[in-house]
Design a protein around this ligand. Structure first.
Ligand code: BES
Ligand code: ZN
Ligand code: ZN
Length: 518
Protein backbone atom coordinates (compact mmCIF):
# COMPACT_ATOMS: atom_id res chain seq x y z
CA UNK A 1 0.00 0.00 0.00
CA UNK A 2 1.33 3.40 -1.02
CA UNK A 3 1.23 6.36 1.34
CA UNK A 4 0.70 9.75 -0.28
CA UNK A 5 -0.86 13.21 0.08
CA UNK A 6 -3.92 14.21 -1.97
CA UNK A 7 -5.23 17.67 -2.62
CA UNK A 8 -9.01 17.36 -2.48
CA UNK A 9 -9.42 20.89 -3.88
CA UNK A 10 -7.72 19.59 -7.03
CA UNK A 11 -10.12 16.67 -7.34
CA UNK A 12 -8.29 14.12 -5.19
CA UNK A 13 -10.80 11.56 -3.91
CA UNK A 14 -10.84 8.30 -1.96
CA UNK A 15 -13.23 5.40 -1.50
CA UNK A 16 -13.28 5.90 2.25
CA UNK A 17 -12.10 8.76 4.44
CA UNK A 18 -11.32 8.06 8.10
CA UNK A 19 -12.25 10.60 10.76
CA UNK A 20 -10.84 9.90 14.22
CA UNK A 21 -12.86 11.75 16.90
CA UNK A 22 -12.77 12.00 20.67
CA UNK A 23 -15.69 11.01 22.87
CA UNK A 24 -18.48 13.53 23.44
CA UNK A 25 -21.13 13.52 26.12
CA UNK A 26 -24.53 12.21 24.98
CA UNK A 27 -26.09 15.62 25.56
CA UNK A 28 -23.45 17.47 23.58
CA UNK A 29 -23.89 18.35 19.93
CA UNK A 30 -22.03 16.14 17.45
CA UNK A 31 -18.40 16.95 16.71
CA UNK A 32 -18.40 19.84 14.21
CA UNK A 33 -15.45 18.49 12.24
CA UNK A 34 -17.22 15.92 10.01
CA UNK A 35 -19.78 18.51 8.88
CA UNK A 36 -17.05 21.07 8.28
CA UNK A 37 -15.05 18.70 6.08
CA UNK A 38 -18.01 16.91 4.51
CA UNK A 39 -21.00 19.31 4.44
CA UNK A 40 -23.47 16.53 3.51
CA UNK A 41 -22.67 14.80 6.79
CA UNK A 42 -24.21 17.70 8.77
CA UNK A 43 -27.67 16.45 7.80
CA UNK A 44 -26.85 12.81 8.36
CA UNK A 45 -28.76 11.38 11.35
CA UNK A 46 -25.91 8.93 12.02
CA UNK A 47 -23.66 11.78 13.03
CA UNK A 48 -25.84 12.50 16.07
CA UNK A 49 -25.66 8.89 17.21
CA UNK A 50 -21.92 8.68 17.09
CA UNK A 51 -20.42 9.23 20.53
CA UNK A 52 -16.74 8.63 19.81
CA UNK A 53 -16.31 5.88 22.35
CA UNK A 54 -13.16 3.79 22.17
CA UNK A 55 -13.49 1.13 19.43
CA UNK A 56 -16.70 2.73 18.10
CA UNK A 57 -16.81 2.87 14.31
CA UNK A 58 -19.56 4.25 12.06
CA UNK A 59 -19.60 4.11 8.28
CA UNK A 60 -21.62 6.84 6.54
CA UNK A 61 -22.33 6.83 2.81
CA UNK A 62 -22.07 10.08 0.92
CA UNK A 63 -24.90 11.02 -1.43
CA UNK A 64 -24.17 10.18 -5.06
CA UNK A 65 -21.79 12.63 -6.62
CA UNK A 66 -20.56 14.03 -3.31
CA UNK A 67 -16.82 14.42 -2.99
CA UNK A 68 -14.08 13.94 -1.98
CA UNK A 69 -14.95 10.61 -0.39
CA UNK A 70 -17.60 8.04 -1.27
CA UNK A 71 -17.87 7.15 2.41
CA UNK A 72 -16.58 8.37 5.71
CA UNK A 73 -15.74 6.13 8.65
CA UNK A 74 -15.99 7.87 12.01
CA UNK A 75 -13.51 6.33 14.45
CA UNK A 76 -14.02 6.67 18.19
CA UNK A 77 -10.92 7.50 20.22
CA UNK A 78 -12.58 7.47 23.64
CA UNK A 79 -11.88 10.10 26.26
CA UNK A 80 -9.11 12.62 25.83
CA UNK A 81 -6.38 11.27 28.07
CA UNK A 82 -2.90 9.92 27.89
CA UNK A 83 -4.08 6.82 26.04
CA UNK A 84 -5.26 8.91 23.13
CA UNK A 85 -2.21 8.26 20.97
CA UNK A 86 -2.51 4.53 21.56
CA UNK A 87 -6.21 4.73 20.73
CA UNK A 88 -5.45 6.61 17.52
CA UNK A 89 -2.97 3.91 16.46
CA UNK A 90 -5.48 1.16 17.21
CA UNK A 91 -8.38 2.99 15.54
CA UNK A 92 -6.41 3.57 12.35
CA UNK A 93 -5.00 0.02 12.25
CA UNK A 94 -8.45 -1.48 12.85
CA UNK A 95 -10.01 0.78 10.22
CA UNK A 96 -7.53 -0.32 7.56
CA UNK A 97 -8.46 -3.95 8.16
CA UNK A 98 -12.12 -2.94 7.97
CA UNK A 99 -11.50 -1.17 4.64
CA UNK A 100 -9.57 -4.16 3.31
CA UNK A 101 -12.44 -6.53 4.14
CA UNK A 102 -14.76 -4.29 2.14
CA UNK A 103 -12.33 -4.00 -0.78
CA UNK A 104 -12.05 -0.20 -0.58
CA UNK A 105 -9.14 0.47 -2.91
CA UNK A 106 -8.24 3.90 -1.57
CA UNK A 107 -8.37 5.14 1.99
CA UNK A 108 -7.74 8.64 3.21
CA UNK A 109 -7.54 10.71 6.34
CA UNK A 110 -7.84 14.51 6.36
CA UNK A 111 -4.79 16.22 7.86
CA UNK A 112 -7.34 18.68 9.27
CA UNK A 113 -8.59 15.90 11.54
CA UNK A 114 -5.06 15.40 12.89
CA UNK A 115 -4.64 19.15 13.34
CA UNK A 116 -7.83 19.13 15.40
CA UNK A 117 -6.50 16.28 17.58
CA UNK A 118 -3.18 18.05 18.07
CA UNK A 119 -4.99 21.27 19.01
CA UNK A 120 -7.24 19.41 21.39
CA UNK A 121 -4.16 18.54 23.39
CA UNK A 122 -3.46 14.96 22.40
CA UNK A 123 0.07 15.53 23.65
CA UNK A 124 1.59 15.32 20.19
CA UNK A 125 1.98 17.71 17.26
CA UNK A 126 0.44 17.12 13.83
CA UNK A 127 3.69 15.76 12.38
CA UNK A 128 3.87 13.12 15.11
CA UNK A 129 0.26 12.20 14.46
CA UNK A 130 0.96 11.89 10.72
CA UNK A 131 3.91 9.61 11.50
CA UNK A 132 1.89 7.44 13.87
CA UNK A 133 -1.04 7.30 11.45
CA UNK A 134 1.11 6.18 8.51
CA UNK A 135 2.76 3.57 10.70
CA UNK A 136 -0.52 2.26 12.09
CA UNK A 137 -2.17 2.10 8.67
CA UNK A 138 0.66 -0.11 7.39
CA UNK A 139 0.95 -2.28 10.50
CA UNK A 140 -2.82 -2.79 10.65
CA UNK A 141 -2.55 -4.64 7.34
CA UNK A 142 0.28 -6.90 8.49
CA UNK A 143 -0.46 -10.61 8.12
CA UNK A 144 1.68 -13.23 9.76
CA UNK A 145 0.93 -16.15 7.43
CA UNK A 146 4.21 -16.42 5.60
CA UNK A 147 4.22 -20.10 4.83
CA UNK A 148 1.21 -20.96 2.68
CA UNK A 149 2.08 -23.19 -0.29
CA UNK A 150 1.74 -21.94 -3.85
CA UNK A 151 -1.91 -22.01 -4.90
CA UNK A 152 -3.08 -22.58 -1.34
CA UNK A 153 -3.47 -18.94 -0.45
CA UNK A 154 -6.92 -18.25 0.85
CA UNK A 155 -9.01 -17.24 -2.16
CA UNK A 156 -11.33 -15.22 0.00
CA UNK A 157 -8.37 -13.28 1.18
CA UNK A 158 -9.02 -9.66 0.22
CA UNK A 159 -6.24 -7.53 -1.21
CA UNK A 160 -4.84 -4.54 0.66
CA UNK A 161 -6.08 -1.09 -0.32
CA UNK A 162 -3.78 0.36 -2.97
CA UNK A 163 -3.27 3.69 -1.28
CA UNK A 164 -3.55 5.53 1.98
CA UNK A 165 -3.70 9.29 1.49
CA UNK A 166 -3.41 12.22 3.82
CA UNK A 167 -6.08 14.58 2.46
CA UNK A 168 -5.61 18.33 2.37
CA UNK A 169 -7.39 21.13 0.62
CA UNK A 170 -5.75 23.87 -1.43
CA UNK A 171 -2.47 25.00 0.14
CA UNK A 172 0.16 22.29 0.16
CA UNK A 173 0.93 20.70 3.52
CA UNK A 174 4.17 21.70 5.24
CA UNK A 175 7.21 19.65 4.17
CA UNK A 176 7.49 18.42 7.76
CA UNK A 177 4.24 16.47 7.34
CA UNK A 178 5.38 14.79 4.14
CA UNK A 179 8.58 13.88 5.92
CA UNK A 180 6.66 12.56 8.94
CA UNK A 181 4.70 10.21 6.70
CA UNK A 182 7.98 8.85 5.33
CA UNK A 183 9.26 8.35 8.88
CA UNK A 184 6.16 6.38 9.78
CA UNK A 185 6.29 4.25 6.64
CA UNK A 186 10.00 3.55 7.18
CA UNK A 187 9.47 2.49 10.78
CA UNK A 188 6.59 0.27 9.70
CA UNK A 189 8.89 -1.34 7.15
CA UNK A 190 11.43 -2.02 9.90
CA UNK A 191 8.79 -3.48 12.22
CA UNK A 192 7.44 -5.67 9.39
CA UNK A 193 10.91 -7.04 8.64
CA UNK A 194 11.44 -7.80 12.34
CA UNK A 195 8.08 -9.57 12.56
CA UNK A 196 8.71 -11.55 9.37
CA UNK A 197 12.15 -12.69 10.53
CA UNK A 198 10.94 -13.66 13.99
CA UNK A 199 7.88 -15.45 12.57
CA UNK A 200 9.99 -17.52 10.20
CA UNK A 201 10.27 -21.14 11.33
CA UNK A 202 13.65 -22.42 12.47
CA UNK A 203 14.16 -24.61 9.40
CA UNK A 204 13.90 -21.53 7.23
CA UNK A 205 15.86 -19.16 9.44
CA UNK A 206 19.25 -20.58 10.37
CA UNK A 207 22.11 -18.45 11.74
CA UNK A 208 23.60 -18.30 8.21
CA UNK A 209 20.27 -17.12 6.77
CA UNK A 210 19.88 -14.53 9.52
CA UNK A 211 23.36 -13.25 8.67
CA UNK A 212 22.29 -13.14 4.99
CA UNK A 213 19.37 -10.96 6.04
CA UNK A 214 21.84 -8.57 7.67
CA UNK A 215 23.82 -8.50 4.42
CA UNK A 216 20.63 -7.85 2.43
CA UNK A 217 19.64 -4.90 4.63
CA UNK A 218 23.19 -3.54 4.31
CA UNK A 219 23.16 -3.89 0.51
CA UNK A 220 19.74 -2.30 0.15
CA UNK A 221 20.66 0.79 2.13
CA UNK A 222 24.41 1.09 1.62
CA UNK A 223 25.55 0.11 5.12
CA UNK A 224 28.75 -1.80 5.70
CA UNK A 225 28.42 -5.38 6.91
CA UNK A 226 30.80 -8.14 7.98
CA UNK A 227 29.80 -11.70 8.80
CA UNK A 228 32.00 -14.10 10.75
CA UNK A 229 31.38 -17.85 10.29
CA UNK A 230 31.87 -20.61 12.86
CA UNK A 231 35.60 -21.02 12.18
CA UNK A 232 36.18 -17.30 12.51
CA UNK A 233 34.07 -17.23 15.66
CA UNK A 234 36.39 -19.85 17.17
CA UNK A 235 39.58 -18.18 16.00
CA UNK A 236 38.41 -14.77 17.27
CA UNK A 237 37.95 -16.33 20.69
CA UNK A 238 34.17 -16.13 20.95
CA UNK A 239 34.00 -19.36 22.95
CA UNK A 240 30.64 -18.54 24.49
CA UNK A 241 28.75 -17.95 21.23
CA UNK A 242 30.44 -21.02 19.78
CA UNK A 243 29.41 -23.16 22.75
CA UNK A 244 25.75 -22.30 22.06
CA UNK A 245 25.90 -23.09 18.35
CA UNK A 246 28.15 -26.13 18.25
CA UNK A 247 25.39 -28.72 18.74
CA UNK A 248 23.69 -27.73 15.48
CA UNK A 249 24.56 -28.58 11.89
CA UNK A 250 23.69 -24.96 11.19
CA UNK A 251 26.77 -23.32 12.64
CA UNK A 252 26.77 -19.95 14.45
CA UNK A 253 27.36 -16.60 12.78
CA UNK A 254 28.31 -13.18 14.08
CA UNK A 255 27.24 -10.22 11.97
CA UNK A 256 28.29 -6.58 12.25
CA UNK A 257 26.33 -3.92 10.37
CA UNK A 258 27.17 -0.24 10.47
CA UNK A 259 25.54 3.03 9.51
CA UNK A 260 28.19 5.73 9.43
CA UNK A 261 27.15 9.04 7.86
CA UNK A 262 29.98 10.93 6.14
CA UNK A 263 32.14 12.83 8.61
CA UNK A 264 31.13 10.72 11.60
CA UNK A 265 33.84 8.08 11.27
CA UNK A 266 35.50 9.27 14.47
CA UNK A 267 32.29 9.41 16.51
CA UNK A 268 31.72 6.90 19.25
CA UNK A 269 28.85 4.77 17.90
CA UNK A 270 25.59 3.75 19.44
CA UNK A 271 25.77 -0.05 19.44
CA UNK A 272 22.69 -2.27 19.44
CA UNK A 273 23.37 -5.95 20.07
CA UNK A 274 20.68 -8.58 19.50
CA UNK A 275 20.25 -12.12 20.73
CA UNK A 276 19.86 -14.17 17.57
CA UNK A 277 19.00 -17.71 18.64
CA UNK A 278 17.24 -18.95 15.51
CA UNK A 279 15.81 -21.84 17.49
CA UNK A 280 16.14 -22.50 21.20
CA UNK A 281 15.45 -26.15 22.00
CA UNK A 282 17.30 -25.69 25.27
CA UNK A 283 20.18 -27.85 24.03
CA UNK A 284 21.11 -30.84 26.22
CA UNK A 285 19.10 -29.13 29.00
CA UNK A 286 16.15 -29.73 26.66
CA UNK A 287 13.02 -27.62 27.10
CA UNK A 288 9.62 -29.26 27.66
CA UNK A 289 7.65 -29.74 24.40
CA UNK A 290 4.71 -27.44 25.15
CA UNK A 291 5.29 -24.08 23.44
CA UNK A 292 8.79 -25.09 22.34
CA UNK A 293 7.81 -24.12 18.78
CA UNK A 294 7.56 -20.49 19.87
CA UNK A 295 11.31 -20.58 20.35
CA UNK A 296 11.66 -19.96 16.62
CA UNK A 297 11.32 -16.34 17.64
CA UNK A 298 14.26 -16.44 20.06
CA UNK A 299 16.06 -14.20 17.59
CA UNK A 300 13.57 -11.34 18.06
CA UNK A 301 16.33 -9.16 19.57
CA UNK A 302 18.57 -9.63 16.53
CA UNK A 303 15.58 -9.16 14.23
CA UNK A 304 14.85 -5.85 15.99
CA UNK A 305 18.39 -4.70 15.24
CA UNK A 306 17.77 -5.38 11.52
CA UNK A 307 14.40 -3.64 11.78
CA UNK A 308 16.19 -0.63 13.24
CA UNK A 309 18.65 -0.57 10.33
CA UNK A 310 15.77 -0.82 7.86
CA UNK A 311 14.09 2.15 9.52
CA UNK A 312 17.38 4.08 9.48
CA UNK A 313 17.83 3.27 5.79
CA UNK A 314 14.33 4.54 5.02
CA UNK A 315 14.54 7.64 7.20
CA UNK A 316 14.60 11.06 5.52
CA UNK A 317 17.11 12.22 8.17
CA UNK A 318 19.47 9.25 7.87
CA UNK A 319 22.54 11.39 7.23
CA UNK A 320 21.85 13.49 10.31
CA UNK A 321 21.66 10.44 12.58
CA UNK A 322 24.49 9.29 14.83
CA UNK A 323 26.86 6.51 13.85
CA UNK A 324 25.11 3.22 14.68
CA UNK A 325 26.55 -0.29 14.83
CA UNK A 326 24.39 -3.41 14.99
CA UNK A 327 25.71 -6.71 16.30
CA UNK A 328 23.96 -10.00 15.70
CA UNK A 329 24.96 -13.03 17.73
CA UNK A 330 23.31 -15.87 15.81
CA UNK A 331 23.27 -19.52 16.79
CA UNK A 332 20.90 -22.46 16.89
CA UNK A 333 20.70 -24.08 20.33
CA UNK A 334 20.35 -27.81 19.68
CA UNK A 335 21.18 -31.05 21.43
CA UNK A 336 23.45 -33.46 19.57
CA UNK A 337 26.73 -35.34 19.69
CA UNK A 338 28.69 -32.13 19.30
CA UNK A 339 26.63 -30.07 21.71
CA UNK A 340 27.87 -28.37 24.85
CA UNK A 341 27.27 -30.54 27.95
CA UNK A 342 26.03 -29.19 31.26
CA UNK A 343 29.19 -28.80 33.32
CA UNK A 344 31.41 -27.79 30.38
CA UNK A 345 33.63 -24.79 30.90
CA UNK A 346 34.23 -22.34 28.06
CA UNK A 347 36.32 -19.19 27.63
CA UNK A 348 34.51 -16.08 26.46
CA UNK A 349 35.98 -13.39 24.18
CA UNK A 350 37.09 -11.25 27.14
CA UNK A 351 39.06 -14.18 28.63
CA UNK A 352 36.59 -15.00 31.41
CA UNK A 353 35.70 -18.65 31.91
CA UNK A 354 32.10 -19.79 32.32
CA UNK A 355 30.81 -23.06 33.70
CA UNK A 356 27.71 -23.90 31.64
CA UNK A 357 25.44 -25.46 34.23
CA UNK A 358 22.34 -25.18 32.05
CA UNK A 359 22.54 -25.12 28.26
CA UNK A 360 19.11 -23.47 28.10
CA UNK A 361 20.60 -20.27 29.52
CA UNK A 362 22.22 -19.73 26.12
CA UNK A 363 21.14 -16.18 25.29
CA UNK A 364 23.48 -14.65 27.86
CA UNK A 365 26.33 -16.73 26.41
CA UNK A 366 25.69 -15.55 22.86
CA UNK A 367 25.34 -11.96 24.07
CA UNK A 368 28.33 -11.82 26.40
CA UNK A 369 30.65 -12.33 23.43
CA UNK A 370 28.77 -9.64 21.48
CA UNK A 371 29.13 -7.22 24.42
CA UNK A 372 32.84 -8.01 24.75
CA UNK A 373 33.26 -7.54 20.98
CA UNK A 374 31.49 -4.17 21.12
CA UNK A 375 33.91 -2.85 23.72
CA UNK A 376 37.00 -4.44 22.19
CA UNK A 377 36.38 -3.14 18.68
CA UNK A 378 34.76 0.24 19.46
CA UNK A 379 34.40 2.78 22.20
CA UNK A 380 30.60 2.83 22.29
CA UNK A 381 28.77 6.02 23.20
CA UNK A 382 25.96 3.68 24.25
CA UNK A 383 25.68 -0.07 24.27
CA UNK A 384 22.18 -1.53 24.26
CA UNK A 385 21.28 -5.15 24.00
CA UNK A 386 17.89 -6.62 23.18
CA UNK A 387 17.13 -10.21 24.04
CA UNK A 388 14.31 -12.65 24.61
CA UNK A 389 16.41 -13.61 27.58
CA UNK A 390 14.36 -15.08 30.41
CA UNK A 391 11.00 -16.65 31.15
CA UNK A 392 11.43 -15.06 34.58
CA UNK A 393 11.04 -11.59 33.05
CA UNK A 394 7.67 -12.66 31.63
CA UNK A 395 6.66 -13.84 35.10
CA UNK A 396 7.77 -10.50 36.56
CA UNK A 397 6.27 -8.09 33.99
CA UNK A 398 3.69 -10.11 32.09
CA UNK A 399 3.27 -10.68 28.38
CA UNK A 400 3.69 -7.09 27.27
CA UNK A 401 6.37 -5.60 29.50
CA UNK A 402 10.09 -5.39 28.73
CA UNK A 403 12.55 -5.35 31.61
CA UNK A 404 15.06 -2.49 31.47
CA UNK A 405 18.36 -3.02 33.28
CA UNK A 406 20.86 -0.18 33.50
CA UNK A 407 22.85 1.67 36.12
CA UNK A 408 22.99 4.86 34.08
CA UNK A 409 20.25 7.22 35.24
CA UNK A 410 20.16 9.46 32.18
CA UNK A 411 20.19 6.49 29.82
CA UNK A 412 17.34 4.92 31.79
CA UNK A 413 15.35 8.15 31.55
CA UNK A 414 16.03 8.40 27.80
CA UNK A 415 14.94 4.81 27.17
CA UNK A 416 11.77 5.21 29.22
CA UNK A 417 10.91 8.35 27.25
CA UNK A 418 11.60 6.58 23.95
CA UNK A 419 9.43 3.66 25.06
CA UNK A 420 6.59 5.98 25.98
CA UNK A 421 6.77 7.68 22.57
CA UNK A 422 6.88 4.33 20.81
CA UNK A 423 3.97 2.97 22.80
CA UNK A 424 6.08 0.16 24.30
CA UNK A 425 5.71 -0.99 27.89
CA UNK A 426 9.13 -0.90 29.55
CA UNK A 427 9.86 -1.04 33.26
CA UNK A 428 13.13 -0.57 35.20
CA UNK A 429 14.56 -3.62 36.93
CA UNK A 430 17.38 -3.84 39.48
CA UNK A 431 21.03 -4.86 39.10
CA UNK A 432 21.70 -5.63 42.77
CA UNK A 433 25.33 -6.28 43.65
CA UNK A 434 24.23 -8.63 46.44
CA UNK A 435 22.82 -11.05 43.90
CA UNK A 436 25.98 -11.18 41.81
CA UNK A 437 27.58 -13.74 44.13
CA UNK A 438 24.83 -16.17 43.12
CA UNK A 439 26.64 -16.57 39.80
CA UNK A 440 29.64 -18.10 41.57
CA UNK A 441 31.16 -21.29 40.15
CA UNK A 442 33.46 -23.58 42.14
CA UNK A 443 35.66 -24.25 39.15
CA UNK A 444 35.38 -21.31 36.75
CA UNK A 445 35.08 -17.50 36.90
CA UNK A 446 31.30 -17.79 36.93
CA UNK A 447 28.32 -20.04 36.28
CA UNK A 448 25.89 -19.23 33.49
CA UNK A 449 22.92 -19.53 35.86
CA UNK A 450 21.86 -18.28 39.27
CA UNK A 451 18.86 -19.30 41.35
CA UNK A 452 15.47 -19.48 39.62
CA UNK A 453 14.11 -16.75 41.87
CA UNK A 454 14.98 -13.39 40.35
CA UNK A 455 15.97 -15.16 37.13
CA UNK A 456 15.76 -12.03 34.97
CA UNK A 457 18.01 -10.14 37.41
CA UNK A 458 20.58 -12.93 37.50
CA UNK A 459 20.68 -13.08 33.70
CA UNK A 460 21.24 -9.31 33.57
CA UNK A 461 23.95 -9.53 36.24
CA UNK A 462 25.67 -12.20 34.16
CA UNK A 463 25.75 -9.76 31.24
CA UNK A 464 27.01 -6.96 33.51
CA UNK A 465 30.12 -9.02 34.20
CA UNK A 466 31.11 -8.35 30.57
CA UNK A 467 30.67 -4.59 30.79
CA UNK A 468 33.84 -2.59 31.29
CA UNK A 469 34.06 0.37 33.61
CA UNK A 470 32.77 3.53 31.93
CA UNK A 471 30.62 1.82 29.28
CA UNK A 472 27.07 3.20 29.19
CA UNK A 473 25.10 0.00 28.88
CA UNK A 474 21.44 -1.01 29.04
CA UNK A 475 19.86 -4.42 28.66
CA UNK A 476 16.27 -4.91 27.48
CA UNK A 477 14.72 -8.29 28.24
CA UNK A 478 11.98 -8.58 25.59
CA UNK A 479 11.01 -12.21 26.33
CA UNK A 480 7.40 -11.15 27.00
CA UNK A 481 6.61 -8.58 24.29
CA UNK A 482 8.68 -10.25 21.54
CA UNK A 483 5.76 -12.58 20.89
CA UNK A 484 1.98 -12.27 21.41
CA UNK A 485 -0.67 -14.97 21.68
CA UNK A 486 -3.60 -12.53 21.65
CA UNK A 487 -4.40 -10.43 18.57
CA UNK A 488 -4.91 -6.66 18.72
CA UNK A 489 -5.55 -4.11 15.93
CA UNK A 490 -1.84 -3.57 15.40
CA UNK A 491 -0.86 -7.23 15.72
CA UNK A 492 -2.08 -10.54 14.38
CA UNK A 493 -1.59 -13.42 16.81
CA UNK A 494 0.03 -15.72 17.57
CA UNK A 495 3.13 -14.05 16.28
CA UNK A 496 6.16 -11.83 16.57
CA UNK A 497 5.64 -8.15 17.35
CA UNK A 498 8.68 -6.19 16.28
CA UNK A 499 9.19 -5.00 19.87
CA UNK A 500 12.16 -2.69 20.32
CA UNK A 501 12.39 -1.33 16.78
CA UNK A 502 10.41 1.84 17.35
CA UNK A 503 11.92 2.36 20.77
CA UNK A 504 15.39 2.36 19.21
CA UNK A 505 14.20 4.73 16.45
CA UNK A 506 13.10 7.23 19.10
CA UNK A 507 16.19 6.72 21.26
CA UNK A 508 18.50 7.44 18.35
CA UNK A 509 16.98 10.89 18.08
CA UNK A 510 17.03 11.64 21.78
CA UNK A 511 18.89 14.95 22.06
CA UNK A 512 22.43 14.78 23.42
CA UNK A 513 22.72 11.02 23.78
CA UNK A 514 25.41 10.47 21.15
CA UNK A 515 27.84 13.32 20.69
CA UNK A 516 29.50 14.20 17.42
CA UNK A 517 33.31 14.54 17.30
CA UNK A 518 34.14 17.03 14.52
N1 BES B 1 14.74 -18.08 25.22
C1 BES B 1 14.57 -18.42 26.59
C2 BES B 1 13.73 -17.39 27.35
C3 BES B 1 12.31 -17.20 26.92
C4 BES B 1 11.30 -17.84 27.60
C5 BES B 1 11.98 -16.33 25.91
C6 BES B 1 9.97 -17.63 27.24
C7 BES B 1 10.67 -16.13 25.54
C8 BES B 1 9.67 -16.77 26.20
C9 BES B 1 15.93 -18.51 27.28
O1 BES B 1 16.99 -18.93 26.50
C10 BES B 1 15.79 -19.51 28.40
O2 BES B 1 15.54 -20.64 28.09
N2 BES B 1 15.95 -19.07 29.64
C11 BES B 1 15.83 -19.91 30.77
C12 BES B 1 16.98 -19.60 31.70
C13 BES B 1 17.14 -20.58 32.82
C14 BES B 1 17.60 -21.92 32.27
C15 BES B 1 18.17 -20.05 33.79
C16 BES B 1 14.49 -19.58 31.42
O3 BES B 1 14.05 -18.45 31.36
O4 BES B 1 13.88 -20.51 31.93
ZN1 ZN C 1 17.18 -21.06 26.43
ZN1 ZN D 1 16.78 -18.50 24.46
Amino acid sequence: MEIDFRNIAAGGAVACALLPLHERAAAAAPDPLPARLFPWAAEHPGLRDFRGKEDERLLLYAPAGASPAERIALLGLGKRDRNSLKNLRNAVAGALKFCRERAFASVGLPTAALNALAEAGLGADTATLVRETALSALLGLYRGDLCRGKGNEDEERPADPLSFSFLFSGVDVPAALREAARFGAGEAKGVVLTRDLANTPGNRMSPALLADEARKVAETYGFSCTVFDDEQIVSMGMGALYAVGRGSRNGPRFAVIEHCPAGREKDRPLIAAGKGITFDSGGISLKPSASMHEMKSDMAGAAAVLGLFTAIGEAPDRDALPRVVGLIAAAENMPGGGATRPGDVITALNGNTVEIQNTDAEGRLALCDALAYAQKSYTPALLIDLATLTGACVIALGDYGSGLFTEDDSLRAAILTAAEQAGDLVWPMPLWDDYDKNLKSEIADMSNIGPREGGAVHAALFLRRFIEKGTRWAHLDIAGPGWVSKASPLLPAPGATGAGVRLLCRLLRHPGLCEHTP
